[in-house]
Design a protein around this ligand. Structure first.
Ligand code: AMP
Length: 204
């Protein structure tokens, strides 16, 4: 969990690699669908471009289907889900049915101004989808595949403002849901990604 720009995706990938867990990012699934032009992608695009949440039933369906895949049976890490209390309750029900309770919920906490700065500098590879910062990729090319780096449509200033508001309104209450369940662990998200990962790894 964390505001847009807090570093969820970066830390989730590192954590999933370290523990050999499957990384499920609803944002990545939706972006792939948009790139592929599938019916799911066409529906999701309208919401994502405006910084709005994709409807609960759509994302809950994605997660339910993904959890059934063979690679999730040994453990998984959810990134960017749940983002509403309805999604959190649906996840509780799904996991209860599977007899597979959540081990913990990590909240990466970053001051809003810092998150806004990171989002403004964030670039994504148009070819492979890898994320980087404009300052560390001054050539404008992806250091993995050489693809062109572009700004994510939903990282533009106006859209980011929407996403932050929606986080406060829809997602912040999810933190209370997990705090009440004794599952929430708060991590200081400031500093380099290696610094943050040390704290993340120490918390699990
Ligand atoms: P992310 O990459 O996690 O920042 O997600 C990018 C966008 O995908 C969000 O701004 C939403 O439009 C959509 N999205 C991702 N995850 C969810 C979710 N759990 N619920 C609703 N919309 C989502």
């Amino acid at each position: 969990m964390g505001t847009p720009g807090a570093g969820k995706g970066t830390q989730a990938k590192l954590l999933a690699d370290r523990f050999g867990a499957s990384h499920i990012s609803t944002g990545d699934v939706l972006r792939d669908a948009v790139r592929g032009g599938s019916p799911l992608g066409l529906e999701a695009k309208r919401y994502m471009e405006q910084g709005l949440l994709v409807p609960d039933d759509v994302v809950i369906g994605i997660v339910a289907e993904r959890l059934d895949a063979a690679d999730c049976q040994g453990g998984f890490l959810l990134d960017g889900f749940p983002r509403t209390v309805a999604q959190a309750k649906a996840l509780d029900a799904l996991l209860a049915r599977r007899g597979q309770p959540l081990g913990g919920v990590l909240l990466i906490a970053l001051p809003r101004e810092e998150a806004l700065g990171r989002l403004a500098g964030r670039r994504v590879c148009a070819q492979c989808g890898a994320m980087s910062q404009a300052t560390v990729a001054p050539t404008g090319r992806c250091d993995r595949c050489g693809g062109r780096l572009v700004q994510r449509a939903d990282d533009r200033e106006e859209t980011v403002r929407h996403r932050m508001e929606i986080y406060e309104r829809e997602t912040a209450p999810v933190l209370e849901h997990y705090r009440a369940a004794g599952l929430l662990r708060e991590i200081d998200g400031t500093g380099s990604r290696e610094d943050v990962f040390q704290r993340v790894a120490a918390s699990v």
